[in-house]
Write a protein that binds this ligand. Structure first.
Ligand code: GDP
Length: 345
């Protein structure tokens, strides 16, 4: 499903520096800062500091350009917000026997379906059958802004922020049921009342799926930190354990505050599950150079000493200034197998 932004996409100006062609017009040093923000920091490090890990993934302009094409939507490469899933205990009586009896259940092709918590998650997983990357991080870490920046060349795709959790819950559950069973809304009417009652309490954490043409699915995980670790464990663990084609998990860390206790919980989980992941430092435009350097070095050291599954290079991004966004697009294109050869810059 395509969700047009208010005002429509037509004629909308791209944010400054959203496209590589805009970046290429900058003078060299500014261009490097935007494309390779980590490299830009190097000059402020004490002589002898090991910076080998700063340049493990350092594509040339041609590769960056090829990667960008994946993130541009057009007829041949539609980028769509596909679906959302809510946590199991927010689901309407979809899982209950009465629904099983009442509805002419016809799962859409490819959707593996059953009725317990596992079935719910299985159906979510079916939505991302093909190769996927997922983004996780504490609430407010800048995840929506980052996803928005990545998709800024596809302005008709909205990275949705629900008005209220209750609205989101009701709408999402119905959409999920309609998509899975291809039902009209009136077929769901008997369950609507129950749904409304249920949706007036609690809060919603959801997983969003974005389909990037024929290339990959980007999975936006619920933020953790609020009522964590319970929500985190329930939703994120459940999805990750269904990870059939998950190529990489991007763990977002706030560049101003660095690694927090809840981030360590996420890291422990990824390590325990043996899921390959990458750390992304967000909001780098907000951090002073000193703070940023301290956080970068601390995290690099932590990754080196205490992790197994983390890619050794840290990615730095600012969704406001678009620094690091082009490099991240390229890395995503590469690890999803859509850019097998990446010539170094
Ligand atoms: P989420 O809860 O992880 O999805 O975080 P959001 O994307 O909603 O961002 C939380 C807050 O941080 C918002 O006020 C954003 O405007 C702000 N923010 C996000 N990314 C950046 C960034 O790169 N730079 C700056 N200066 N602010 C950012």
């Amino acid at each position: 499903m395509l969700l047009p932004r208010a005002g429509g996409a037509a004629g909308r100006a791209l944010p400054p520096l959203a496209a590589l062609s805009q970046v290429l017009r900058l003078e060299r040093s500014r261009r490097t800062a935007i494309v390779f923000p980590l490299q830009k920091l190097e000059r402020y490090l004490a002589p002898g500091t090991d910076t080998a890990r700063f340049r493990l993934f350092q594509p040339g302009m041609a590769a960056l350009q090829r990667a960008e094409a994946l993130f541009r939507s057009d007829r041949g490469n539609p980028i769509d917000y596909v679906s959302s899933a809510v946590r199991m205990d927010h689901a309407p009586p979809l899982a209950l026997p009465e629904v099983r009896r009442a509805l002419p259940l016809r799962p859409s092709a490819g959707a593996r379906l059953s009725y317990g918590a596992e079935g719910w998650w299985s159906s979510c997983a079916a939505l991302s059958e093909r190769c996927a990357v997922c983004f996780i991080g504490r609430s407010n870490v800048g995840k929506s802004s980052l996803i928005r920046a990545l998709f800024s060349l596809a302005p008709e795709v909205e990275v949705r922020v629900s008005k209220t959790p209750e609205e989101a819950e009701g709408a999402l559950v119905f959409r999920q049921m309609k998509e899975l069973y291809n039902l009209s809304r009136c077929a769901l009417k008997p369950f609507e009342k129950n749904q409304t009652q249920r949706s007036t309490k609690g809060h919603t954490k959801k997983i969003n799926f974005f389909k990037v043409g024929k290339y990959f699915t980007l999975v936006d995980m619920p933020g953790y930190g609020y009522r964590a670790p319970q929500d985190f464990v329930e939703m994120v663990e459940a999805y990750l354990q269904e990870r059939r084609n998950l190529k990489r998990t991007f763990l977002l860390v706030d560049g101003v505050v660095g690694l927090q206790k809840t981030d360590h919980i996420a890291i422990e989980m990824l390590e325990e599950f043996g899921i390959p992941y990458v750390m992304v430092l967000t909001k780098i435009d907000r951090a002073s150079r000193g703070v940023l350097l301290k956080n970068v070095l601390e995290i690099q050291e932590f990754v080196k000493e205490s992790t197994q599954g983390c890619f050794p290079q840290l990615f730095l991004v600012s969704s406001v200034e678009f620094s690091g966004i082009h490099l991240l697009r390229c890395f995503v294109a590469h690890i999803t197998g859509n850019l097998p050869t990446v010539e170094a810059s």
